[in-house]
Design a protein around this ligand. Structure first.
Ligand SMILES: *Cc1c(COP(=O)(O)O)cnc(C)c1O
Length: 370
């Protein structure tokens, strides 16, 4: 397919060669899979793939039947984890149309991730087009109600070479997975384990970008949380080991008795798009929102004094999860009686209503695919 340059901004533009699968999932099988899809185990019929090499740049943009990648055993990503990804959702509106939520923000973050991991930057327009193409071709895989189609754009280093250097070749792909509502019957408060053994990211590291290696490094800490009877791990900063950072897959917010919110500042944490959206919505509602370092000791003291009213975690997958209990080697404490707080639930409803098109999109966050 042709490669051309958009005259307006000079960005590379690719036409996707769309080849629908010859063997689509039968309607009855798809309906059965959509009944209770869970998270990340059911996949749609198609994928988008774009390739990069130094001679052709980004090329061979295709939408085709989802298939395995045949990879040489010396493919760079298998050895040195040069890999990045994104996560966003397509939501079915009541009028039957389909919304994407802030795909431009995911495209931008993907470029930032590529830059940090010394990977070829993918033009943001190509990222968004690939996502839209998959939503279009697999439109009938989007669950109704509170379900959504989770989209997973990712990029791997595909050069066959065991030397340690940035790969000269990359594969970018988008796959899609229908997901049910993360929580049946409203979000249940989660318990979190404060890891004093492991940290997630240091200044100058990769904590601020979405690379698979961050997750690999967090799994042992998450396992520790499960061993301690908690749902999730929360990480502290790597230097002083006292500032709350994030959950390793979700950002955190604190809600105080004066109605203000605080959230850890950007740097070593992942700049969540949900985090950014919540800051905007809360400020518009007249709340003060501080992006400010907050220690685990202060959190415990504020929970005990009643100054802290709520805490919650946020991210694309679960939107907002209230934090009901914090456990650590220094004792446990409960937040808001272990119940979901009003502020968390109000923000959650506001955000979800925008995503599903039930509330006006006053920020230009919604991109209608249909
Ligand atoms: C993706 C991610 C988040 C949440 O980001 P959203 O854009 O809100 O989905 C938080 N922390 C980490 C480590 C992540 O990878």
């Amino acid at each position: 397919m042709g490669v051309s340059f958009d005259k307006m901004d000079g960005s590379l533009w690719l036409d996707f060669d769309v080849q629908p699968t010859a063997s689509p999932t039968p309607d009855a099988d798809r309906a059965a899979k959509l009944e209770n899809p869970g998270f990340g185990r059911v996949f749609t019929d198609h994928m988008a793939v774009v390739r990069y090499d130094q001679t052709n740049g980004w090329h061979a943009a295709r939408v085709e039947a989802r298939a395995n990648f045949p990879l040489h055993t010396a493919t760079a990503v298998l050895h040195y984890a040069q890999e990045i990804f994104e996560g966003l959702k397509a939501y079915k509106r009541e009028d039957g149309g389909v919304n994407l939520f802030r795909p431009d923000a995911n495209a931008k973050r993907f470029r930032d991730s590529a830059d940090r991991m010394a990977m070829a930057p993918l033009p943001e327009a190509v990222f968004i087009e690939a996502v839209e193409q998959v939503v279009k071709i697999d439109r009938n895989w989007i669950p109704g109600g509170e379900g959504s189609l989770y989209l997973r754009p990712f990029m791997i280093a595909s050069e066959v070479f065991l030397g340690v250097k940035p790969s000269a070749e990359y594969i970018f792909a988008v796959i899609a997975s229908p997901v049910g509502s993360y929580f049946k019957g409203g979000p249940a408060p989660v318990s979190i384990w404060v890891s004093e053994t492991y940290t997630r990211a240091a200044i100058g590291g990769t904590g601020g970008v979405k690379c698979g290696g961050n997750y690999a490094a967090s799994l042992r800490a998450q396992a520790e949380a499960i061993e301690r009877g908690c749902d999730q791990v929360v990480f502290l900063d790597a230097i002083e080991r006292r500032y709350v950072e994030e959950l390793g897959g979700m950002n955190v917010f604190f809600v105080f008795e004066d109605g203000s919110l605080s959230t850890p500042p950007l740097g070593t944490i992942l700049p969540g798009i949900t985090r950014d959206s919540i800051i905007a919505l809360a400020r518009e509602a007249g709340r003060k929102v501080r992006e400010e370092a907050y220690t685990i000791d202060q959190w415990r003291a504020d929970a005990a004094s009643g100054k802290l009213k709520e805490a919650f975690a946020c991210g694309t997958a679960a939107v907002i999860s209230p934090i009901g209990k914090v456990c650590s080697n220094h004792g446990d404490f409960v937040i808001n009686g272990g119940q979901a707080g009003e502020v968390a639930m109000g923000l959650r409803k506001q955000l979800v209503d925008i995503q599903y098109g039930r509330a006006a999109d006053t920020h230009g966050w919604i991109k209608k695919v249909f």
